[in-house]
Design a protein around this ligand. Sequence first.
Ligand SMILES: *[C@@H]1O[C@H](CO)[C@@H](O)[C@H](O)[C@H]1NC(C)=O
Ligand SMILES: *[C@@H]1O[C@H](CO)[C@@H](O)[C@H](O)[C@H]1NC(C)=O
Ligand SMILES: *[C@@H]1O[C@H](CO)[C@@H](O)[C@H](O)[C@H]1NC(C)=O
Ligand SMILES: *[C@@H]1O[C@H](CO)[C@@H](O)[C@H](O)[C@H]1NC(C)=O
Length: 375
Amino acid sequence: MKAAFRLLLLLILVLLSEVNGQKKKPGKKPGSKVKPKATPPPPEPVEPTELPPPLPPGPPSVFPDCPRECFCPPDFPSALYCDSRNLRKVPLIPPRIHYLYLQNNFIDSLSEESFRNATGLRWVNLDNNRIKKVDRRVLEQMDSLVFLYLEKNQLTEVPPFLPPNLEQLRLSRNKISKIPAGVFNKLEHLILLDLHHNQLNERIFNKNTFKGLKSLMQLNLAHNSLRKLPQGLPDVLHQLFLDRNMIEEIPDDYFKEFPNLAFLRLNYNQISDRGLPKNCFNLSNLLVLQLAHNNLTTMPFINPKLEHLYLNDNSIERINGTQICPTALVTFQEYSSDLQNVPRLRYLRLDGNRLKPPIPLDLMMCFRLLQSVVF
Ligand SMILES: *[C@@H]1O[C@H](CO)[C@@H](O)[C@H](O)[C@H]1NC(C)=O
Ligand SMILES: *[C@@H]1O[C@H](CO)[C@@H](O)[C@H](O)[C@H]1NC(C)=O
Ligand SMILES: *[C@@H]1O[C@H](CO)[C@@H](O)[C@H](O)[C@H]1NC(C)=O
Ligand SMILES: *[C@@H]1O[C@H](CO)[C@@H](O)[C@H](O)[C@H]1NC(C)=O
């Protein structure tokens, strides 16, 4: 018993020293000799910050130009992985790189030097860093850049001089309270613009702010400080997210300017019946409408094509299914199995209101395709 225990202990010690030996000598070839007594590593230079030290360099790469602090996958020569390595600055990016991963570091600025030769970049992820400002000369030369991710940084304004071929720009979770004049005007290929969780108010937007965004499909302005709906949004929008602002009212015909609008989210605002023109969501192409956590007492009119409607956590007291039905309500006698022309609503949330069961019969007769009602 005792002998077995001793053997086990010895084994554990041997294993531990193996592991330690490997840790201290990264990149050492398996066959090479290990010195009997490992010398302690030189002390890390003390940084005047609380940041953890950068990770030790990885093993040599098959690519001579691979920065030692990053990983160059041998079978994917156009990608460079420098994420989650406690980096303070961007290494020199080789010209062959198209896909650059720099997220989850402590980078606080982007030097022109690092990017000088990286003219083929298409995809740059800089999420979760400490960037306050992006130098004009860094961005201006990135003619091939299509995706730029800068979420969770410390930007106070939208970076000016954005590259003209961008398709996706993610700037959420910064401290953006300024949009410099004209910054979006040349981005005619931009499809997605994410500005959620910033410090934008409605006074920042004017009719020219988004001018030129001819392709914008999705705009996310959720979690900002908007008291009113912003003006000048591109009329090609397909998805508009405005949750968690302080919007109280919707101007007459505001959404009529967006003929393609299919997804509209306005959860967690302060919209009341007083601020809501009766027909403002009766938009021909709307598929999903989210109005949860507002202050509505009646159900708004909807279009026959709408499929998902969220009205939970408002103050709705009663619903007249006959009144709000977007098509003529048929009586039981005329009830046919022809479902061609009935409203398309499939999912309806009404919980968290002041409604008392049962669900009104005329509501069910109107929305005959309903698959789920949360009441
Ligand atoms: C950029 O490329 C040129 C020519 O290939 C080379 O001489 C120079 O050292 C490179 N600069 C950087 C910063 O890598
Ligand atoms: C909704 O809009 C359509 C088309 O503009 C219109 O014909 C219809 O009467 C509107 N619905 C209501 C309830 O006003
Ligand atoms: C909701 O409306 C009621 C009266 O209609 C008002 O007393 C209340 O303050 C409103 N709540 C919010 C959160 O705006
Ligand atoms: C619902 O609205 C219709 C049409 O406006 C009306 O005739 C009916 O009396 C209303 N039903 C109730 C229960 O108020």
